[in-house]
Write a protein that binds this ligand. Structure first.
Ligand code: SAM
Ligand SMILES: Nc1c(NC[C@H](O)[C@H](O)[C@H](O)CO)[nH]c(=O)[nH]c1=O
Ligand code: TYR
Ligand code: SF4
Length: 457
């Protein structure tokens, strides 16, 4: 039997070697001079002249990033009152870092196996969003598996139904499945309750929504915008270097494909976020190259990217870990440096998000001293990290946010998705709830003793 590939076997063209000195890179970071990829590598590694992370040097990088954060956005820490409503876990793309997915055949009517996943109809999505909006949320984030029956809209359905080789384009008609997710357009329309902001359709999902057609990403995103899409989550980015994608997500679109989709979304007027999913097989050169690609994209889209979100790889239940390709995720020191160098390198993106889902509360708060200024959202439901083995839950209340953010001497601010609408929360108030939503009246999202919604229930 062949031994599975391990991290030690991987030979990459790009490795963390530079002609730059750590001290020079740090000086540029402090004075605000634009950093190069080599500078970023020096900062992420705390110097390629030594092995491992040097604690004293790390502190200097974190300090420079914390100063930059204070200069750019001040002392406010933002959060959004949102809901995650992921439509389906059915997916055959096979990314090796992902345990959110369930093999699509397990969702079929004629199957002996009972699927461990879920698919929601548009009616079910609407019910879930309606309940959350009535509680006070004003953003719904929806990212899903690439269900083979999904079509963009009715016209796309006709094209898919008459395709000569549906298998080749990853299409099976909805009749084959126990539950019909219908179309992306129907889901977006269903989720557009009372003007809630719909944050959905990653570049990978947009690719799925155009399969079997010659439609451009602009055509796709403009149809999706007509159906109710407001902004696009820049996940599916993973590491924007193809030699890494070839290892962790060979079935996904390429770096160029991802960039093309994001640019098209911005062209039709949609706002964007951007992410990096790090801490698996990649090295610091890849992280630095990723940052450069995002910074260049932000120039091309004229500032449409509102925030950058470093997503630390959750390893426990994933194929990469189970097959011994990696032996864990990023260390806390690597997490801190990833946040700090994102702040220092991305001089054209104002907001850096600390994800409590990935880091937990304690480390998540620490990130707010390393360059981050946003602490994510209330989300009410979480499946991606939970299924990968993450342990930090799926809900934070406005009261949790106020307590956590105040505990480190910063100012809690409720924000809209695009950061344009903001409300400073008074920590002395007697109770806390969202106030920016169409139905938000300041009462808590959940009543005492209530549990957040969960797809497992
Ligand atoms: C699960 S996918 C859902 C949307 C869609 N299927 C796609 O790939 O774009 C959304 C993102 O979750 C993140 N993710 C998945 N598994 C993860 C893990 N084990 N640790 C950290 N992030 C993960 C990845 O960055 C991925 O792009
Ligand atoms: N970092 C994570 C996020 N971030 C997205 C936010 O919740 C929000 O949608 C965005 O800031 C736009 O306002 N969401 C997750 O579900 N998991 C994360 O780890
Ligand atoms: N859903 C992603 C996180 C995410 C979603 C939307 C964003 O805009 C950014 C990040 C995850 O849990 O990994
Ligand atoms: S990351 Fe997205 S595309 Fe990849 S397997 Fe998971 S759900 Fe499917």
């Amino acid at each position: 039997m062949e031994r599975p590939v391990t991290e030690a076997d991987l030979t990459f063209e790009h490795v963390p070697e530079t002609d730059q000195a750590f001290e020079n890179a740090l000086e540029k970071a402090r004075t605000g001079e634009r950093l190069t990829v080599d500078d970023a590598i020096e900062l992420l590694t705390t110097g390629t002249d030594t092995d491992g992370i040097d604690d004293a040097r790390k502190e200097l990088v974190l300090e420079a990033a914390d100063h930059r954060r204070a200069d750019v956005v001040g002392e406010e820490v933002t959060f959004v009152a949102n809901l995650n409503n992921n439509v389906t876990t059915a997916c055959n793309v096979g990314c090796l870092f992902c345990n959110f997915k369930d093999a699509a055949h397990t969702f079929e009517r004629e199957t002996a196996v009972q699927t461990a996943g879920f698919t929601k109809t548009p009616e079910e999505s609407r019910e879930i969003v309606t309940d959350a909006v009535s509680r006070g949320i004003y953003e719904v984030t929806s990212v899903s598996g690439l269900h083979p029956a999904f079509a963009l809209d009715e016209e796309h359905r006709e094209i898919l139904d008459s395709h000569p080789d549906p298998k080749e384009i990853n299409y099976k008609p909805p009749e084959r499945y126990e539950t019909d997710p219908e179309t992306y357009a129907a889901q977006l329309e269903a989720m557009s309750v009372d003007g809630v902001h719909v944050h959905s359709m990653t570049p990978e999902e947009a690719y799925h929504a155009k399969r079997g057609t010659d439609w451009s990403y602009e055509e796709v995103y403009s149809r999706l915008a007509d159906a109710g899409l407001d902004t696009v989550p820049g996940t599916a980015a993973e590491i924007l270097v193809d030699e890494v994608r070839d290892v962790i997500c060979p079935g996904k679109i390429t770096t160029d494909g991802w960039l093309e989709a994001m640019e098209a979304a911005a062209t039709v007027g949609l706002g964007l976020t951007a992410t990096i999913m790090y801490g698996h097989v990649e090295n610091e050169a890849h992280r630095a190259m990723h940052l450069e690609r995002v910074r260049e994209l932000q120039e091309r889209v004229d500032g449409a990217i509102t925030e950058f979100v470093p997503l630390s790889f959750i390893h426990q239940n994933t194929p990469l870990f189970e097959h011994g390709v990696v032996d864990g995720g990023a260390s806390q020191a690597e997490d801190e440096l990833m946040i700090a160098v994102s702040r220092l390198f991305l001089d054209n993106i104002d907001h850096i998000q600390s994800s409590w889902v990935k880091y937990g509360d304690e480390a998540g708060l620490k990130m707010l001293h390393c360059g981050a200024d946003d602490f994510m959202g209330t989300i009410l439901s979480e499946e991606i990290t939970k299924r990968a083995g993450g342990e930090f839950g799926e809900f934070r209340s406005v009261a949790d946010y106020v307590e956590l953010i105040s505990s480190i001497g910063r100012v809690p601010v409720e924000r809209s998705t695009d950061y344009e609408t903001r409300r400073v929360v008074d920590p002395a108030a007697s109770s806390f709830g969202p106030e920016l939503g169409p139905k938000a009246d300041g009462t808590p999202l959940l009543a005492g003793g209530e549990r957040p919604v969960s797809a497992d229930d």
